[in-house]
Design a protein around this ligand. Structure first.
Ligand code: ARG
Length: 473
């Protein structure tokens, strides 16, 4: 594996000559400053993008005659060799060379000689780093969209296998109306679909090619930005050189979309924590996705779900960090912007991991339908159905609500549920109530009648599942 950590040799004198920018300096960089300003410890992972970007840039320099085709070929071959060296773990990165861009360029010059120094013609690290980050994010966005789709498939599978499971639906975490477990689960399908959509939209703005902006003002050399953009598969070219090097909207947007994904994962995680508790007893999470306690031998804890909830905080922190880094920066590039990498990388890593583990864990759960149904058969959960029964008999809803409220009071007094309240008691509350009322009070009738579009009826679930299974195939 690659030696991806930049090692700082203790007491080593920093050689001014090694710095690509060392010309106007007479003093070596202070060792603390060297460490403080370096980003190679984390930006090494941009290397495949940095090299791909440089290959395209070199090809363009050759094609436009800014360098000779021969020089371009030499540079490109050198870069391909370096890609192999890094992949094989044979290139040791150096902190003295600050970042991945200068580490690679330095290696190129050592490898192919002074002609390597022509690569940075008509380019600056400011447009280079923007390019690398955009290319990195394109891949991450595609990967996260793929992981979201995987999780959607898990959700669909679980709903499909448990089509007949009924559970209490909640508002205020109080039992509200019975719903199908599958219907509840498919709510998450919708959230993840919106997340996928947001990522696709974010991708359009990430997929803009900044190279050719130079440091900030463009270049006097006859470059062909369109060619570089096409070679790298970009959808467009940044219109304004200053915007190209100062813009990090695309990174903020990515972390923002990821924050929303984490909100969804965190809410699902919270439900799994609740459902797997003894108090609910709706599900059991497989051993492989839980952990034990070092002191209480009986414990089996939903740590994976808890961490998914907790890691949301981490991603929101990254969003706040990025926004705060950017908010006071005058145009164009400022070194503050180097601080964008860690929040972006951490966000992509955290979200990818959270999505993968959530899909696996969710697939592992055992659903306790009896416990769910038992909870759904709570004495008053079909109160709305009773009101709707009266509405069907012509009573205005507000009056029906009042009648049912009084029925609930009466049932509480008699310590029974609505379906055990004698017909005589119902008759006292409303003459409209007849013996057919009891049919409206069952959980299955309640769920079965909710056939309004998007409602929880089994017929709806079946239809929706069939459509989704086709869609995600
Ligand atoms: N490592 C730097 C970053 O991540 C690259 C750009 C440096 N540019 C500069 N002018 N110092 O932002």
């Amino acid at each position: 594996m690659a030696q991806r950590t930049a090692k700082k040799k203790k007491g080593a004198k920093t050689e001014k000559a090694r710095k690509p920018w060392g010309g106007r300096f007479t003093e070596a960089t202070n060792a603390l400053v060297e460490e403080y300003t370096a980003s190679i410890q984390y930006d090494w992972r941009l290397f495949p993008y940095d090299i791909a970007g440089s290959v395209a840039h070199a090809a363009m320099l050759g094609k436009t005659g800014i360098i000779t085709e021969r020089e371009a070929r030499k540079i490109i071959n050198g870069l391909k060799g370096i890609l192999q060296e890094i992949t094989d773990g044979k290139l040791e990165f150096s902190m003295e060379l600050e970042d991945i861009h200068m580490n690679i360029e330095n290696r190129l010059v050592r490898k192919i000689g002074p002609v390597g120094g022509k690569l940075h013609t008509a380019r600056s690290r400011n447009d280079q780093v923007a390019l690398d980050l955009r290319m990195y994010l394109r891949d991450e966005i595609m990967e996260i969209r793929r992981l979201l789709r995987g999780l959607q498939k898990t959700v669909i599978g679980l709903a499909d296998r448990n089509q007949d499971a009924v559970m209490p639906g909640y508002t205020h975490l109080q039992r509200a109306q019975p719903v199908l477990f599958g219907h509840h689960l498919l709510a998450y399908y919708e959230m993840f679909e919106r997340d996928r959509d947001r990522l696709a939209d974010c991708y359009r703005r990430v997929n803009i090619m900044p190279l050719g902006a130079g440091a900030l003002a463009g270049t006097v050399l006859p470059i062909n930005r369109k060619m570089v953009g096409d070679l790298l598969g970009f959808g467009g070219i940044a219109e304004n050189s200053m915007d190209a090097v100062s813009d990090r909207d695309f990174a903020v947007e990515f972390v923002s979309v990821c924050s929303q994904i984490m909100v969804h994962l965190s809410r699902l995680a919270e439900e799994l924590v609740l459902w797997s508790s003894a108090e609910f007893g709706f599900i059991t999470i497989a051993d492989a996705y839980t952990t034990g306690s070092s002191i209480m031998p009986q414990k089996k804890n939903p740590d994976v779900a808890e961490l998914s909830r907790g890691k949301a905080g981490r991603v929101f922190g990254n969003l706040t960090a990025l926004l705060t880094i950017m908010k006071g920066l005058p145009l164009s590039y400022n070194r503050d912007m180097q601080e964008d990498k860690e929040p972006v990388f951490d966000t992509a890593d955290t979200v990818s991991q959270a999505l993968a583990v959530m899909a696996a864990m969710l697939d592992s759960i055992t659903v306790h339908r009896d416990a769910m149904r038992h909870a759904a058969e709570d004495g008053f959960i079909t109160a709305t159905d009773l009101a709707d029964y009266l509405v069907r008999k012509g009573l205005p809803f507000r009056q029906a609500h009042e009648v049912v409220g009084r029925a609930v009071l009466k049932a509480l007094e008699l310590t029974c549920g609505l379906k055990d309240l004698p017909l005589a008691e119902y008759k006292k509350l409303s003459a409209l109530i007849t013996s057919d009322v009891y049919r409206s009070l069952s959980v299955d009738a309640s769920v079965g009648r909710r056939i309004s579009y998007g409602g929880t009826a089994p017929a709806n679930l079946k239809k929706r599942l069939a459509a989704l299974k086709k869609l995600v195939k």
